[in-house]
Design a protein around this ligand. Structure first.
Ligand code: NAD
Length: 443
């Protein structure tokens, strides 16, 4: 039995499914049960993973900025260091990868890791182009029985996500007809930054650019504080997807968790004037989704940068919710932020007699610790993660298709099976990105 098989067997034994002879099984985190993890992107958001990884073997640290290594090594002294994630992923004996790099590398690192049979925790967003999301999802689906994946939408663990889902699913608003999510963050930039200075010693700017087209160095891309620096680059088309990859991923998750949708059949969008350098601040996109086994067809909408859905009642000021979701049913609305919700029954027959509150023992169980859910699933593949590459891949593919609809300014008919727009050939050009020579998405 190799190390990885032993970890899985021991974890299953821990779940009471298999009894190994005493001595063959360690405690929950006995040395033999620990994962060998590579942390890629060790500062910024990377810092938020130190505690949850402290019980595992962090054997590799990768960052394009060598100045980040001394502090990271204090916490994980046995790790090898790398500046190029492609070399890091080839370290022998790895089990899992936690990735906190810039958004334009996410789909690359996710694909390369899955192709090397590694479990992956990928910070959101999973991808910044439709094709990227599709390739990652397809690669993982082939291995989902043995590889655990999670996209970093950790707000999903808030109990309110379950409560919103229960209200919608159990019919508190009758039949669901539409769902809206919005975020009001507004960071305006005129265009890519001009050349300024040289990258500091030990900072590998060319590796930071990675697969994206070359742009001159400017320290303004790296001027944010820890965990906030993404707000210095994520609005540029070559480095991110703007609001969609930023708070949009968290906020659409609040909606997505309650509607059980797959890929949309159409997308349309409008927003501020197109800027070839910068993703739109103000924009709204709308998607048609077919019926599923518990609801009819629905329309899903995303609003950003000041665009907002109409409020059902003048006394409900949706603008007071900076990042929120609203669900419309035949008998009312649920309106929610991440931590709370209100139910607004609507119409003469909305007396709530059609709705039965769940018994205490039937409410959805708490998810627990979001990162730990993934670590547990790495060790026991029969356990599921909430935001795996299928759930998160569908969600981000939809949002990114909205950006394509915004670019072409037409309502798109979409075939989710093939990933093609069927009524607008020019839109298909924008489903993928052009990469610098030498960089392979699915390597
Ligand atoms: N889940 C959340 O709540 C949350 C919060 C903040 C950021 N994020 C996500 O985390 C990611 C990082 O955001 P940040 O603000 O920490 O950004 P950042 O620019 O500070 O980058 C984080 C670290 O990754 C390193 N890095 C960047 N590109 C790399 C590469 N190609 N290879 C190796 N190392 C690389 C940087 O040098 C830095 O140390 C983003 O994708 C962002 O969307 C998620």
């Amino acid at each position: 039995m190799n190390r990885r098989e032993f970890i899985k067997t021991a974890a299953v034994a821990g779940a009471g499914l298999l009894v190994l002879p005493s001595g063959a099984r360690g405690g929950e985190n006995a040395p033999s049960n620990k994962l060998n993890v590579a942390l890629i992107g060790v500062w910024g958001r990377g810092l938020a993973h130190y505690d949850s990884l402290s019980g595992e073997n962090v054997v590799a640290l990768c960052d394009v900025n060598e100045k980040r290594f001394p502090d990271a090594l204090k916490r994980f002294p046995n790790a090898k260091t790398y500046v190029d994630w492609r070399k890091c992923l080839d370290q022998k004996g790895l089990d899992a990868v936690v990735c906190c790099t810039a958004d334009h590398t996410h789909a690359f690192i996710a694909n390369w890791a899955v192709n090397r049979d590694l479990h992956v925790y990928m910070e959101k967003p999973l991808a910044i182009a439709v094709e990227e999301a599709r390739v990652v999802r397809a690669n993982w689906l082939k291995k989902k029985a043995r590889l655990a994946t999670q996209v970093g939408m950790q707000r999903h663990a808030m109990q309110n996500f379950n409560r919103v889902r229960e209200l919608v699913r159990d019919g508190a608003i009758g039949q669901l007809t539409a769902a809206y999510a919005w975020g009001d963050r507004q960071i305006r930039r005129p265009g890519y930054l001009p050349a300024e200075g040289q990258p500091p010693e030990g900072f590998h700017f060319d590796l930071w650019l990675g697969p994206s087209p070359a742009h001159p160095y400017n320290p303004g891309y790296f001027s944010g504080g820890a965990g906030m620096n993404c707000l210095s680059w994520n609005m540029y088309w070559d480095f991110g997807a703007g609001q969609i990859g930023d708070m949009g991923s968290h906020t659409m998750d609040l909606l997505w968790n309650a509607v059980d949708a797959g890929l949309p059949t159409s997308a349309e969008a409008k927003g501020e004037k197109f800027n070839p350098d910068v993703t739109p601040v103000e924009c709204e996109s709308h998607f048609d989704h077919p019926a599923n086994d518990w609801r009819g067809p629905i329309r899903v909408s995303w609003y950003q940068g000041g665009a907002m859905p109409a409020s059902p009642k003048p006394y409900v000021d949706l603008k007071r919710i900076d990042h929120g979701a609203m669900f419309k049913g035949t008998k009312g609305y649920v309106i929610a932020d991440f931590g709370s919700r209100i139910l607004l029954p609507f119409g003469d027959d909305s007396d709530l007699t059609y709705y039965k509150v769940r018994a205490k023992d039937a409410v959805l169980p708490p998810l627990g610790h979001f990162q730990k859910q993934w670590i547990d699933a790495c060790k026991n593949p029969s356990l599921k993660t909430a935001c795996d590459f299928e759930y998160s891949g569908n969600m981000i593919e939809q949002l990114l298709l909205g950006l394509v609809a915004y670019r072409v300014g037409k309502k798109l008919e979409y075939d989710g099976a093939t990933g093609r727009v069927t009524n607008c050939p020019e839109a298909n050009e924008f489903l993928s990105r052009k990469y610098r020579p030498g960089w392979t998405l699915n390597g």
